[in-house]
Structures are given as structure tokens and as C-alpha cells.
Design a protein around this ligand. Structure first.
Ligand code: ACO
Length: 324
């Protein structure tokens, strides 16, 4: 059977980094409150000329370089974002032209913080059904543009950034979990929970861009239950247990969600990649940003078994098991 394998990873952050103390100069909050409740210390905030598109292009170029490929080698771009440069066309088409790719397929997917898991799963399916041979899967966001800076309950939690992976196809024996590649993915959505996390604007409703609204406590509760469940689901399908995992690369929303989810699965905290302290919640960018960080600092090694997971507005959630 053919399998999608990760050939390279890349990421990009806006140059401006903002500490909790700096934020507390303009928002009624404190380093102590943010650190204790979320584990967040810093976030990067995009300058006006830095957009979801420019961050995505930088991350894509770094992933291509790591894979030793050129833009013209790619025939599929799936870009996850909730903060596109324009209502249309898809930000993926901006990346396409910037990397010098003139054919193939390019589109965006919208699943907010789960966006990268959705994009990865879609790209994996398309490659394995012959719709392309090499894909760029990107998560990129500028959430700072849709934050209500008067709402201290949300604005302290998010940051901007982008991450990307290049996927290619390799042949592996059916069910061989030791061979490289995406072993399985699982996605979920439950639209009944719209009001827990949403943006109060949009082209077809208010004609405005809108701001993020969130019921933090309820999101927290759903996150721990849903993430533990979906991780158990994918591991069980492969006949694996949490003891087989080398690294969990979770969506970086909040250190307390990461701790509670790891505890529920009986995973030691040393196996969880944590970047939320440095990047805050970058929505669709957070999983590939954390993945690239841990690949480049040497934590994640070839052959490691990775579990990626995320939950976000919708609610949507998902997980993927990858032999890196
Ligand atoms: N600084 C100081 N005080 C604050 C701040 C702030 N930034 N924000 C809220 N407070 C105050 C509130 O006003 C409240 O004060 P009060 O008791 O006088 O009314 C108090 O802190 C407690 O507020 P809560 O909202 O109840 O605080 P909670 O303990 O629930 O923590 C938090 C809030 C951190 C948002 C938590 O609910 C959480 O982490 N939820 C998960 C949300 C999340 O991560 N969403 C990301 C998207 S979804 C995902 O990615 C999984």
C-alpha cells in the first residue's frame, strides 16, 4: 500500500514577540494570572505587512528546503486557516504562486484550531487516491487581527504564526506500523457547540470580520474529554497503546489542557511537545509549528511514533498517528 510520509517541516513567526508583562501594560491582566491559568509566557504578533499569507509562504519555503524540493515539485497545497488574507481567493493560491508552482491543486480548509489535522487528513487521502504525488500541508494564522483586545479572557491566549509539512508517497506493507508515514487519521465535528467558540462576524452575516468569542471553561471541559477519546480511538485502531508513543504533538492551547489530557492517557509529561509557553495558541498553525520546533531541536527523530491532536471551534477535533 502507499503511505504519505513527511519529507520536510518548516515554520515561521512574526518578528515581534510580546511578553505577558508587556501585554499587561495595555490589558487588565498580569504575568502571574496568564502563567498560572495557561502556561503562556510569550506570543508573536504580526506587523501590518506580515499576513497569514506571508507567514505561510515562509513556512512553506522552509519545509521545501528541509525536504530538498522546489515549489515546482509540489502538486497539491492544502492550507488550514481561520484568518485568510482575503475572503477569497484561498490563501493557498498565494502560496502557490509565491513558491513557483503553476499547476496542480490549491485550496484552504476551515476547521480553526483543528485545521491542520483536517488539512493533513485531506491531503493524505488525496495523495493515496492518486490526486497528487507531493503535497504541502500548511497551518497559518494571524489571530491577533480577530481578537477583541478589550476582552482579557481571550486576547491573552492567542498568537500568530505558521507551520508546514511536505508530504510524499512511499510504499509500505499493509499494517506495518514500523514503516514510515501517516498510519491513520481521525476527524470529528459537533456543530451543536457553535456558541462555545466562534467569531461574531463574517461576509454573509454581518459583513464584518468579527472578533473571537469564547466560553473558556466549557471549551476546556470538552477539550480534555474529546482529545483523550480521539487519541485512544486512533491508537486502538492500530493495536498500539500510549506506551508505544514517542511524542505527542498536541494543539498548543493551554498547558493545563495538555497536562490533563496526558494524565488521562497515562502519558508521562516528558513525551509531550510543549511550545505554548513561547507561542501561545496559534490555532491551525500550532501543531505544525510545534512539530517543526521539536524536529529542528532534535527531540523528534526519524522512526519516532508521533501522535498529533487538536480541538477547536465547531467544535471540531481530530488526531493522527505518524511514524516520522
Ligand atoms: N487576566 C486576569 N484576570 C482574568 C483574565 C486575565 N487575562 N481573564 C479572566 N480573568 C478573570 C475573570 O474575570 C474572572 O474574574 P472573577 O472571578 O472576578 O469574575 C477570573 O479571572 C476567572 O475567570 P474564568 O474565565 O472563570 O477563568 P478560568 O479559570 O476558566 O480560566 C481560561 C480561563 C484560561 C480561558 C480557561 O477557561 C481555559 O484555558 N479554557 C480553555 C480555552 C482555550 O484554550 N481555548 C482555545 C481554543 S480551543 C482549543 O484550542 C482547545
Amino acid at each position: 500500500a502507499t503511505r504519505s510520509v513527511i519529507l520536510g517541516t518548516g515554520s515561521a513567526l512574526p518578528s515581534k514577540r510580546v511578553s505577558n508583562a508587556e501585554l499587561a501594560e495595555t490589558v487588565d491582566t498580569s504575568d502571574e494570572w496568564i502563567t498560572e491559568r495557561t502556561g503562556i509566557k510569550f506570543r508573536h504578533i504580526a506587523a501590518p505587512e506580515e499576513t497569514t499569507g506571508t507567514l505561510a509562504i515562509d513556512a512553506a519555503n522552509r519545509a521545501l528546503e528541509a525536504a530538498g524540493l522546489a515549489g515546482s515539485d509540489i502538486d497539491l497545497i492544502v492550507l488550514a486557516t481561520a484568518t485568510p488574507d482575503h475572503t477569497f481567493p484561498a490563501t493557498a493560491t498565494k502560496v502557490q504562486s509565491a513558491i513557483g508552482m503553476t499547476g496542480g491543486i490549491a485550496f484552504d480548509v476551515a476547521a480553526v484550531c483543528s485545521g491542520f489535522l483536517y488539512a493533513l487528513s485531506v491531503a493524505d487521502s488525496m495523495l493515496r487516491t492518486g490526486m497528487g504525488s507531493r503535497a504541502l500541508v500548511i497551518g497559518a494564522e494571524t489571530f491577533s487581527r480577530i481578537l477583541d483586545w478589550e476582552d482579557r479572557g481571550t486576547c491573552v491566549l492567542f498568537g500568530d504564526g505558521a507551520g508546514a509539512v511536505v508530504l510524499g508517497l512511499e510504499t509500505a506493507a499493509e499494517g506495518d506500523s514500523a514503516a514510515r508515514g501517516i498510519l491513520t487519521t481521525q476527524l470529528h465535528a459537533d456543530g451543536r457547540h457553535h456558541d462555545l467558540l466562534y467569531v461574531d462576524g463574517g461576509p454573509s452575516t454581518t459583513g464584518t470580520v468579527g472578533k473571537v468569542r469564547m466560553k473558556g471553561r466549557e471549551v476546556f471541559r470538552h477539550a480534555v474529554v474529546n482529545l483523550a477519546e480521539v487519541m485512544e480511538q486512533v491508537l486502538h485502531r492500530l493495536g498500539l497503546t500510549s506506551a508505544d508513543i514517542d511524542w505527542v504533538v498536541p494543539h498548543q492551547a493551554n498547558a493545563r489542557i495538555l497536562d490533563a489530557t496526558a494524565r488521562k492517557l497515562g502519558l508521562p509529561p516528558e513525551k509531550v511537545v510543549v511550545t505554548v509557553d513561547q507561542h501561545a495558541n496559534t490555532s491551525a498553525a500550532s501543531v505544525p509549528l510545534a512539530l517543526d520546533t521539536a524536529v529542528r531541536d532534535g527531540r523528534i527523530q526519524r522512526g519516532d511514533l508521533l501522535v498529533l491532536e487538536a480541538m477547536g471551534g465547531g467544535l471540531t477535533w481530530g488526531a493522527a498517528v505518524i511514524r516520522y
